[in-house]
Design a protein around this ligand. Structure first.
Ligand code: GLU
Length: 452
């Protein structure tokens, strides 16, 4: 390992105590930059690694709202504006009790390179709060979103920072946040993406992450002379990314057989019932355990039955796996089980779902194909970029046009990542290819713009 990378990693570990997931994300990126750093001395000369791992700005604030009993409820709010070298800050807002500064720094850091890969000029950011939307009333959700925006509004803008959804934030929350922004500023600006279709949202944005994930996987398998037709696919998660991965997998002739939530997983050998999944998760916001009431042949396994340290959903034999739930949900023991059961590809829909040792295991298998999150799930934010373009042009494109552009973005990301892996002597290693390609564009822009 180059001394520059090693020294920077040591320094990152020392100066970010308690931020394990951020250190993990930085380790993955910096390790794969090795051949680039060796070839080009300019990145060290301009202290790019030291600069790129520190957010340009982090806003931490208090969010107070009143619950249905009139009591004050207090949460931490954050916006990490990580890098604006190639465009305005862009990235989602996550509402989940696991949110802290380390989680948002890992997500914001990943977002820099992911956004760079899309080819749309957007920088990297992430925000969120410890607020747990689970079990909250409609009124509580609205008052929380308004309180969150009451601080955030002064830090965003359509050429400054454009947040969007992530775990716990969908069209409903984006609507409440947008309403509050407009109330406070009197401006109808495209300051959020994932908006409602009647007021500036883009068709196909809801579907984009899942659809894009499948387009990317098709590219990856095609290069190996393989395809998705007839493949049994195991999916984790049951949010927006998982649902539209299932939908697109059916459209390309594959068979999605699992979905999961934080309480357990469903295994439906005949194929996940997409209409039922949407009804439960989108319309009724119900738990997945309800699924088997309507599909008695399917199996529901609750987390209490998972074996020690294992994610039960990965016990189901499949040809390919799509982790679409959350970070670090696919461990070394999981990938070894998947592999032993015949699984030959993993495509990441969630952000950093695989641990570092699981990734290393996948890269070491000659007959295995791995699509890393930064590249494979970039269709969501890529389509957010398309929403920004439509807003700037005061126009709305057809579903077909947006989907076509999304497909083009995913093809571009695959080609760029693949060609870059080849350029640096590790053909087919898409972790290396996507990290180097995403990094190079941002780093060169930082050099052009001087020491700021
Ligand atoms: N939260 C999504 C992501 O992880 C989308 C962000 C966006 O559209 O800005 O990429």
């Amino acid at each position: 390992m180059s001394e520059y990378i090693e020294k920077t990693m040591e320094w990152i570990k020392r100066t970010n105590p308690g931020q394990g997931v951020f250190v993990q994300a930085a380790t993955e990126v910096l390790n794969s930059l090795e051949p680039l750093i060796k070839k080009e001395s300019k990145y060290q000369k301009h202290a790019i690694l030291e600069r790129i791992v520190i957010p340009e700005r982090t806003v931490i604030f208090r969010v107070t709202y009143t619950d249905d009993d009139g009591r004050p409820q207090v949460n931490n709010g954050y916006r990490v504006q990580f890098n604006s070298a190639v465009g305005p800050y862009k990235g989602g807002i996550r509402l989940h009790p696991s949110v802290d500064l380390g989680v948002l720094k890992f997500l914001g850091f990943e977002q820099i390179f992911k956004n760079s890969l899309t080819g749309v000029n957007i920088g990297g950011a992430k925000g969120g709060s410890t607020f747990d939307p689970k079990g909250k009333s409609e009124g509580e959700i609205m008052r929380f979103c308004q309180a969150f925006m009451s601080e955030l509004y002064r830090h965003i803008g359509n050429t400054v920072d454009v947040p969007a959804g992530d775990i716990g934030v969908g069209a409903r929350e984006i609507g409440y946040m947008f309403g509050q922004y407009k109330k406070l500023t009197g401006r109808f600006d495209g300051i959020l993406t994932g908006k409602g279709l009647n007021w500036g949202g883009s068709l196909a944005r809801t579907e984009a992450t899942g659809y894009g994930l499948v387009y990317f996987t098709q590219n990856m398998l095609k290069r190996a002379g393989l395809g998705l037709e007839g493949k049994k696919c195991s999916i984790s998660g049951s949010g927006n990314v998982a649902i539209y991965t299932v939908e697109k997998l059916y459209q390309v002739g594959a068979l999605p057989i699992t979905v999961s939530d934080s309480n357990g997983y469903v295994y439906d050998a005949e194929g996940i019932d997409l209409a039922l999944l949407k009804e439960l998760k989108e319309a009724r916001r119900a738990r997945l355990s309800e699924y088997v009431k309507f599909r008695p042949n399917a199996k529901y396994v609750s987390v209490s039955e998972y074996k020690e340290g294992r994610n039960g959903v990965w016990d189901v034999p499949c040809d390919g796996a799509f982790p679409c739930a959350t970070q670090n949900e696919l461990h070394l023991a999981d990938i070894k089980t998947l592999y032993a059961n015949g699984c030959r590809f993993v495509a990441e829909g969630a952000n950093m779902p695989s641990t570092l040792d699981a990734i290393n295991f996948m890269l070491a298998q000659k007959d295995f194909y791995f699509a890393p999150a930064k590249a494979a799930n970039a269709g969501g934010v890529g389509t957010s970029g398309l929403e920004m373009m439509q807003n700037a042009g005061m126009t709305a494109w057809s579903f077909e046009k947006v989907d076509h552009r999304l497909h083009g973005i995913m093809n571009h990301i695959f080609e760029l990542s693949y060609e870059t892996s080849k350029e640096f002597g590790d053909e087919g290693n898409l972790v290396l290819g996507s990290n180097i390609a995403g990094f190079r564009k941002v780093a060169d822009a930082m050099i052009d713009q001087g020491y700021v």
